[in-house]
Structures are given as C-alpha cells and as structure tokens.
Design a protein around this ligand. Structure first.
Ligand SMILES: Nc1ncnc2c1ncn2[C@@H]1O[C@H](COP(=O)(O)OP(=O)(O)OP(=O)(O)O)[C@@H](O)[C@H]1O
Ligand SMILES: Nc1ncnc2c1ncn2[C@@H]1O[C@H](COP(=O)(O)OP(=O)(O)OP(=O)(O)O)[C@@H](O)[C@H]1O
Ligand SMILES: [Mg+2]
Ligand SMILES: [Mg+2]
Lengths: 256, 256
C-alpha cells in the first residue's frame, strides 16, 4: 500500500522542506513511485525541484478547493519516479478560506485519495505553523516525520506539536502515527547540538532516527541550482545522510 | 514619540525572535523605555527573557481580544527598562478566532494604543507566516524590520513579504515604512552567504543595515539560559553586532 507521510514542525527553519525534497528523492532513487505535495504557500519545495514560479499552474490550492484531481495537478520533475504538486501564491489565500469552509480538515485527504493507487510514497511539506494547511497535511497523512533542529528554541515547540498531533488523531485521523524524529543541522563541534540531541533521544527514545543530518553548506546551496542535494552533490555528507534516512524509513513501518 | 517596530518575515528560522529580543535589550541598555510584544504562539521571545511557560498569565491574547490593557499585561523582565507582553498557548487559538472577528486587522493596534505614552520603543515579534497575527503586527507598527537569513530559500520569500507590506500600507496602515533589512546568520567563510548578501544589497540598496549579524553559537546558547545574548555573553560577536544594529536603528528614522 501507499504510505502518506507529512513532514511537520511549526518551528520555522528546522529543515522541513530540505527533508521533504531529499527524502523523496532518495526514495525515488530506489524505484519507489513518489509524489511530493507542497502544502506551504512559500513554495520552497517546488523551488527545490527547480520549478520556476512562473511555471506553476494548478497545484495544491486546486486540490484543497476540490477543483482538480491529483492526476491533473501532479507534474513530472527532473527526478525519475518523482512527481510534484506545486504550491503557488493562491495557496496563501487558502488558509483564510479554509477556516470557514465545509469539511475544512479533510480537504487535502479527499484530494489525495486517488494518489494512493498511483504512488508508493506521498510526502507532504507543510508550513511553519499549526494552521489549517498543517492540519490538512496531518489529516491526509498516515505518518508524521518531525525534523528537529538541534537548537533550544526548536526543542521548546515539540510538546505543542505532539499535542496537536494527538488532537488530530483523536478528532480526524485515528491512524496517524509518528514515524520518527530526525535531528537536523547537527554540528558535532557544538556542545549545544549535543545536549539538545541527548534531550531529544531521552524524550523520544527509539522514535529518533539513528541518522542525523549534519549541517552541510552543500545542502543549502542545492536549492539555488533548483536541485535536491542528492543530485547537486551526491558525495557530500548531507546527501549521504538523506540516503541513510531513506533506508531507515523503508525499514521502519509504524505499528500498522 | 514612541516608535512601534514589527519584526517580520514569513520565512521560518531567519532570526526574528533573536533580533526582537536582542535589539530590544540593546535599546533598553541605552535607557530607552522598551516594550516587547510576543505575538507568536510559539512564545520563543518570552522564553528568551527567561519567563517560564508556567508563569505566563495574561498577555498578547488578551490584548487582541480586548480583555486587558497594556498596563495590565506588560510585565517587568530581568532587563532594566524592558517590559514584556508574553505569549501563551491561548494565542494559538487567536489565529482562527481573528479570521471571523470584527475589526480583525486593528485589534493589536487598538490594544497597544496606551503603550505609545508609556514607552520609547515597542518591538513586536511575529510568527513565521503572513496570517492574521502577522497582519495585526504590521497594522500596529509604524516600521517593519526584516531579518533576512543569508540563504537561498530565505531570499525567495522576500517579494511575497514586500507585497503583503504594501497591501497592509494601502488598506490599513498608510504610515507603515520599511525601517530596514538586517542580514542574519552571516558566515563570511561561506560563498552562499556572500552571494545572497550581494543580491540583497543590490535589491534593497541602503535599506540594508550596514551591520550584519554573524552566525555565532553563543547567540543560540543564550535562550537555554533564559537570557538575551547581550546579557549571556556581551563580548561575543553576536552580541556586539546587535549593539551596532541598535545604534543604526537609533540613528535611522524612516522618512516620517
Ligand atoms: N543539513 C543542513 N545543512 C545546512 N543547511 C541546511 C540544512 N538543512 C537545511 N538547511 C538550510 O536551512 C534553511 C532552513 O531549512 P528549510 O527551509 O528546509 O527549513 P523549513 O523547516 O522548511 O523552513 P520553513 O519553516 O520556513 O518552512 C534553508 O536555507 C536550508 O537550505
Ligand atoms: N546569529 C546567530 N547565530 C547562531 N544562531 C542563531 C543566530 N540567530 C539566531 N540563531 C538561532 O537560529 C534559530 C532560529 O532563530 P530564531 O528562532 O530567532 O528565528 P525566527 O525567525 O524567530 O524563527 P521562527 O520563524 O520559528 O519564529 C534559533 O535556534 C536561534 O537560536
Ligand atoms: Mg519549508
Ligand atoms: Mg521566532
């Protein structure tokens, strides 16, 4: 069956988009059929695959609005086996429109129904908030992957995120499970990174992936070339870490 | 008169909170009476001043709801001359409540009216989005300070932010001016940082502050001690940069 994974954390700048783009690419590289859904009005995941703003037609907004089906909005990317539903500025308006819409929480789930027969993995990149777009991502997903930057402010927000996940599970999506937590921008020379990593492993136990993603400038350079870092520089530590993460994701299935 | 400055950028993790906390502390250090308003449900600015979550009573939520006046919710901090309006989890609900409320855009401006007689500077930390909380911050403010991380994805979002600022100015707040753009987490060893900095200076001209904030681990350690970096380690490069930034802010007044 298809696995739908939401990449979520309301803390900003923790590596959600970078994880969505590169985990998806790594899964496609081992011949999984992958769909990435850019549910963030910023549209960074769409940029990460090299789709210029001027070329973004129908996408996530139309899925939420029920105006198009997945097969009509999913577009091929430079990566074999990987399709993308882009985000456009129309999505910025969706947040406000959703608040007063019918069935507001299940719109993305309904929109992605068809994708379950077409793909092995659906990866949803969500915005830095616990708003209706993120709620829609959590309701549409079977699993949540939480990127966690090794910084103090990032640690602070985790309990708010867990409460939101619990609530979504209780009210809208009983199947929702936490696939795992991945430490990002880990810098072994920096004692803060280490102490946050220890706290996270203490709190989450084996939900924390063994792979942590090192801070690596090649990772942040890749988007300016419109490519995932796996394509931009496969040998670099960041790309290698995402390959290892993908292996763990393939091996690990939440208690179904 | 009082200067109300919103710290805004919808891109996550660019240094909004760090800039709000440390700029405010630097201004208080030169005897300006300063109020920090934490308008982000994450509540990181409140943490940055050492206010534990359990101690957060009435704050920004009550200001928005019209249930309390500034003088009732502003609380003293460890910093002389600096008061804080805290954020609590109640604020997470404000976003949805505001969408359908009367006068939804001007609620924070109304709530902060009284502060104009009590303080020299009001610094508002906003969340990583262009939602109702950020709109309220922009409508309440006279000036906008934009922290911009020297990274490609961060550069991408600037035009969306400028469009939103223009719209707020047109519809709700004709006095709103861009005070300036400050480059954050600048790493001179990294060519990406340099090329983004060049792009930003080319685009914004002298709106870009001369001071850029270097990436400095002491800055990210300070919140875990509940202190601004100016208090935690005044000599470090990050703290020194925020002192220089404050000097520039004092010297620079937008065309009134
Ligand atoms: N391992 C890494 N090493 C170096 N830079 C990284 C790494 N991961 C992400 N970055 C950079 O850090 C910044 C934040 O990452 P990213 O945009 O993926 O986070 P996000 O959580 O999606 O942000 P937002 O909350 O705005 O959606 C980006 O500029 C990205 O290129
Ligand atoms: N100059 C700096 N050097 C090193 N680390 C920094 C610097 N400025 C900020 N940081 C760290 O980077 C992370 C992001 O900064 P911060 O939380 O202030 O950004 P933000 O824009 O407020 O994030 P959000 O979008 O979630 O509100 C924090 O962990 C912070 O401690
Ligand atoms: Mg993102
Ligand atoms: Mg912040």
């Amino acid at each position: 069956g298809c696995r739908v994974i939401a990449i979520a954390n309301q803390k900003g700048g923790v590596g959600k988009t970078t994880t969505a783009v590169n985990l998806a690419t790594a899964l496609a590289a081992v011949n999984k059929k992958v769909l990435v859904v850019d549910a963030d009005p910023q549209g960074n995941a769409s940029t990460g695959f090299g789709v210029p703003r001027s070329k973004r037609g129908m996408g996530t907004y139309e899925l939420l609005a029920g105006e198009a089906r997945v097969s009509e909005v999913a577009e091929a990317t430079i990566i074999p086996n990987l399709s993308l539903v882009t985000s456009s500025t129309a999505l910025a308006g969706a947040e406000i429109e959703l608040v007063t819409a019918d069935h507001r929480e299940i719109r993305l789930r309904n929109g992605l129904n068809e994708s379950r027969e077409l793909y092995d993995y659906v990866i949803i990149d969500s915005p830095p908030s616990l708003n209706m777009l993120t709620i829609n991502s959590l309701v549409a997903a079977d699993e949540v992957l939480v990127p966690l930057q090794c910084e103090f402010y990032a640690l602070e927000g985790v309990s708010q995120l867990l409460r939101t996940i619990e609530k979504v599970k209780e009210l809208f999506n009983p199947n929702l499970e936490i696939l795992g937590v991945v430490l990002t921008m880990y810098d072994k020379r920096n004692s803060l990174s280490d102490s946050v990593a220890d706290d996270v492993r203490g709190f989450f136990g084996d939900k924390v992936f063994e792979t942590s993603i090192p801070r690596n400038v090649r990772v942040s350079e890749a988007p300016s070339h419109g490519k995932p870092v796996l394509v931009y520089d496969l040998r670099c530590p960041g790309a290698q870490a995402y390959l290892h993460l993908a292996k763990e994701v393939l091996m690990r299935r939440p208690e179904a």
